[in-house]
Design a protein around this ligand. Structure first.
Ligand SMILES: Nc1ncnc2c1ncn2[C@@H]1O[C@H](COP(=O)(O)OP(=O)(O)OP(=O)(O)O)[C@@H](O)[C@H]1O
Ligand SMILES: [Mg+2]
Length: 167
């Protein structure tokens, strides 16, 4: 179970609305808890408490490492911070230059039947890009990642690091 209290930023901005971090902070996690409910008809409260009352702030440009044993709740915390999972209680606010959170998944989120460039193209399409634009920007992105030569390879033909970059 992941739990931490750390406040580095200024005191909470009284005027900040929901979703807005206090002045200065790029990400503000406030008393966040995540409980996975038990499958089936287990006794009430028999779920897994993965994150328990976490409070911390990340300043713009600050690098933060979340370290802990397997199963302690690191991925759960990151999923909530990226908006992929609802908190059970508490809140996450993102702003001040960090409006969008990029997320590299622990396991590659690639479709094995699509080539590397087709996987990137799909991601652009899903973000609302037009098909033509998606095709062009997928090639550009692959180029930026140093993967121009790997465009037409399937995920199984890429190295682990290459797969992570495509993800
Ligand atoms: N979707 C889920 N449903 C139920 N329980 C889950 C789910 N995802 C994770 N858990 C449980 O929540 C706890 C935290 O899992 P999490 O994936 O956040 O761990 P982690 O710190 O990222 O571990 P690792 O270092 O192995 O990746 C674990 O006990 C795990 O079994
Ligand atoms: Mg994990």
């Amino acid at each position: 179970m992941l739990t931490l209290h750390r406040r580095t930023g200024a005191a909470k901005d009284a005027g900040g609305g929901p979703g807005a971090p206090s002045a200065g902070a790029a990400i503000e996690v406030d008393d966040l808890s995540v409980m996975y409910s038990a499958r089936g008809s287990g006794p009430a409260g028999s779920g897994t408490l993965a994150v328990a009352g976490m409070t911390f702030e990340v300043e713009p440009g600050e690098s933060v490492v979340i370290l802990g044993p397997s199963g302690c709740g690191k991925s759960t915390l990151l999923k909530v911070m990226a908006g992929l999972l609802e908190p059970s209680s508490g809140s996450v606010a993102v702003g001040n230059g960090a409006e969008r959170i990029g997320f590299v998944f622990q396991s590659d989120a690639l479709m094995p039947w699509r080539t590397a460039v087709q996987n990137v193209e799909l991601a652009v399409l899903l973000r609302g890009g037009a098909p033509r634009e998606a095709r062009d920007s997928a090639r550009e992105l692959m180029d930026e990642l140093g993967l121009a030569d790997a465009c037409d390879r399937y995920p199984a033909e890429l190295s682990g690091g290459m797969r992570k970059r495509v993800s």
